[in-house]
Design a protein around this ligand. Sequence first.
Ligand SMILES: Cc1ncc(C[n+]2csc(CCOP(=O)(O)OP(=O)(O)O)c2C)c(N)n1
Length: 194
Amino acid sequence: MIVDELVPVGRANSSWLDSWRQETDMDERAGFVSQVWDSVENQALVFGASDLIRVAEGSVSAKGINVYSSRGLSGIDGTVSTAIGIAQTGVSVRALIGDLTFMHEISGLNLTGLGDLDIQLIVGNDNGGHIFDRLEMREHLSADWFEKLFTTPQQLNLEAIVTGFGWQYRKASTASELASAMELGGKVVIDYQL
Ligand SMILES: Cc1ncc(C[n+]2csc(CCOP(=O)(O)OP(=O)(O)O)c2C)c(N)n1
């Protein structure tokens, strides 16, 4: 059949676009979490209590490693110190935590008097609390108010803060950058851009 002209009728429904975008976002987060999960062999793994542990629940397979996470009243508080406490027992630690969880306890980076530790704090940096996107409130507030009240993105110079506390700092935004940052020994913060 040959046509000379196509005439659109009615309005196109673009809701598929939002669902596709969410899926792409989810794939990226699942890929990031899976890469960290798969990399762990002899280390202990600490999960912060927020979105990434939920992504892990839905995307990684069981394996025989030691995994720690605080739930209930502990919230996001004390996650950095929990990871450091585990590292003080002499095991090597990888912690996967959100950016707000990390910043909430930034003074926990002070390791004065604690000696050498082998610890990587891997920050899934999505510029605020991504977990709140799951709230019903997301549909009812304007983007501005939602950001002000829930997402609360921060403007801190993480590199300056982290190096000021004597840790190594690496920014990563790809799987290969993350892989090479995870090769580093000692005290490392990996700022992974989600
Ligand atoms: C001590 C404490 N204060 C506040 C909260 C509420 N809270 C739960 S998750 C969260 C934000 C977490 O954001 P982030 O660490 O960036 O992780 P994301 O959800 O983006 O992965 C907050 C503030 C909490 N759980 N504990």
